[in-house]
Design a protein around this ligand. Structure first.
Ligand code: ZN
Length: 275
């Protein structure tokens, strides 16, 4: 947080866009850490009568907020960086160099500090990678500062800020897409609905399956609900056997929460996807 503030102030004083974009990156890291932490705490809360799913989606929402913020910031840096190519401003290289050195030191120390915990913990390993990439952007900013100091190539600063912005866009786009898919309740990636409903409709006793929904609560939990037409007007205990077969059939699609409405003479829309 201190580096971020220092870098922003340093960026404005020195006129270096690369320094400001590096600061933006660091700032969004801090913000995302806080949001992720809060979301992680929320997800662990138990479900209640007023929150029947608990807070299971908070981490998805956090990922969505984080990636959107980052994309907005990246676009701002990109536009500003491109404008700098045409209207060169003088940059105080001394400031850029010292700020970048400070940022490298802090990120580098953090890498050393958490490295010992990284073994066997994916979460920590990914933060380690992230810190390392932060350090590399600061190295780029430092190189930019040195070129400006010794060669007066002011365009280098614009170039680095554009590159950092593109990197930010690239890394947040994927997260934005996958979190949005879950929020919009789209069919989970790689799930072949036609293939799965084929398997279900072949179970003996079942005439057809219709009005189907498959969605994700969070990264791990998949839900399915559907209507199932039975060939005969069977007893509930008979239907329960069929239900168990359905559960087994969808288990290999990683769906463990199934809600089926049995029907015999209901006259409703019999399309698999209700339009
Ligand atoms: Zn129906």
């Amino acid at each position: 947080m201190t580096i971020t503030l220092a870098e922003v102030i340093g960026g404005f004083i020195s006129g270096s866009m690369a320094l400001i974009s590096d600061a933006t990156h660091n700032f969004s890291d801090v913000l995302s850490l806080i949001i992720s932490y809060v979301a992680n705490r929320l997800t662990r809360r138990k479900a209640t009568t007023t929150h029947t799913y608990g807070f299971k989606r908070s981490e998805i929402l956090a990922a969505f907020i984080n990636s959107t913020t980052l994309i907005v910031l990246a676009i701002f840096i990109l536009v500003e960086g491109i404008q700098r190519f045409f209207a060169t401003e003088t940059i105080n290289a001394q400031w850029v160099i010292w700020m970048a050195v400070g940022s490298i030191l802090v990120n580098g120390l953090s890498v050393l500090f958490i490295r010992k915990d990284a073994k066997g913990n994916m979460n920590i390993r990914s933060s380690l990678l992230h810190l390392f990439s932060d350090m590399m952007t600061s190295v780029a900013v430092l190189l930019g500062g040195l070129t400006i100091k010794y060669f007066q190539w002011y365009w280098v600063d614009a170039l680095f800020s554009v590159l950092i912005a593109l990197y930010l866009l690239y890394s947040s786009w994927g997260i934005l897409k996958s979190s949005l898919k879950i929020i919009m309740q789209f069919t989970p990636d790689g799930l072949e609905v036609d293939e799965m409903t084929n398997v279900i409709s072949k179970i003996s006793g079942i005439k057809n399956i219709h009005h189907l929904h498959i969605w994700q609560i969070d990264e791990h939990e998949l839900m399915l609900e559907a209507h199932v037409d039975m060939e005969k007007d069977v007893a509930i205990s008979e239907f329960e056997k069929v239900l168990n077969e359905i559960k087994q059939a969808v288990d290999r699609y990683n769906i463990h929460h199934v809600n089926i409405q049995p029907e015999f003479s209901v006259d409703d829309n019999k399309q698999i996807i209700y339009k």
